[in-house]
Ligand binder design. Sequence first.
Ligand SMILES: NC(=O)c1ccc[n+]([C@@H]2O[C@H](COP(=O)([O-])OP(=O)(O)OC[C@H]3O[C@@H](n4cnc5c(N)ncnc54)[C@H](O)[C@@H]3O)[C@@H](O)[C@H]2O)c1
Length: 255
Amino acid sequence: MRLSGKVAIITGAGSGQGKASARAFAEQGAAVVIAEWNTEAGKQVEEELKSAGHDALFIQTDISSEENVQSMVEEVKNHYGKIDILFNNAGIGFSSRSRFAMASVLETPLQDWNSILGINLNGVFLMSKYVIPIMIEQGRGSIINNSSLNGIIGVTGADAYTASKGGVVALTRVMAADYGKHNIRVNCICPGAINTPMIGEVLDIPEIAKNYETGPLGRVGEPEEIAQAALFLASDEASYITGVILPVDGGWSAV
Ligand SMILES: NC(=O)c1ccc[n+]([C@@H]2O[C@H](COP(=O)([O-])OP(=O)(O)OC[C@H]3O[C@@H](n4cnc5c(N)ncnc54)[C@H](O)[C@@H]3O)[C@@H](O)[C@H]2O)c1
């Protein structure tokens, strides 16, 4: 039980990597708060975890809304009395199924730019802004941010998404520097191509899917493989690790 007695908030835990992390964290003894804007998906994960005997709480949340974030964090504090782990996982934008353009700077409407940064970057900022004071009071905490390979190398064709993920990398480092003195660790995962609904439509097209199978490990990753990295960074096993930008990408960023 690597997270025994811990309380963890996972944003975007209704799908993909967030859902896999909710399962992994709960199996290791954490009470898991599913902070998700999709009610149906969030409730489903809550029910699944509860029926497996775990402690889970779904709170409908849009992480780009300060009001939503503030009231969700208050509710968690009232319910559990503490917050040990924050996994800033929710994100949007790298998907042609999404309502946003997968485009370069010249083709990106300002409205799409603002919406993507409003979730992917402002969401991390807002969640951290309201959770960190509680962690300071406790004298401990672990924050994990979910960036992307796009945050560390130039992947063309989704420039707003890429900029937002680069911001998450920079924010990780500065938050680690600012709050280390309060025993708050802040780390970041940079997933490569992961088999989730976000890139599902791309993986469904064999000619395109094969482009994602060219890294050293020669395959796309599974959400459970991100969950294991998040679990390690969340746990006390990573007690001397902060400010780390960790690619979990089958070696893509190494070549
Ligand atoms: N799948 C990939 O290949 C890949 C690669 C690198 C990074 N990522 C990042 O990993 C994270 C998880 O993505 P995923 O692959 O699991 O995708 P996903 O689409 O399966 O899951 C994302 C979840 O976030 C939720 N969400 C989105 N906006 C939200 C908001 N404003 N408030 C609350 N919840 C919101 C969605 O409803 C969904 O449940 C994202 O930050 C994504 O950018 C994904």
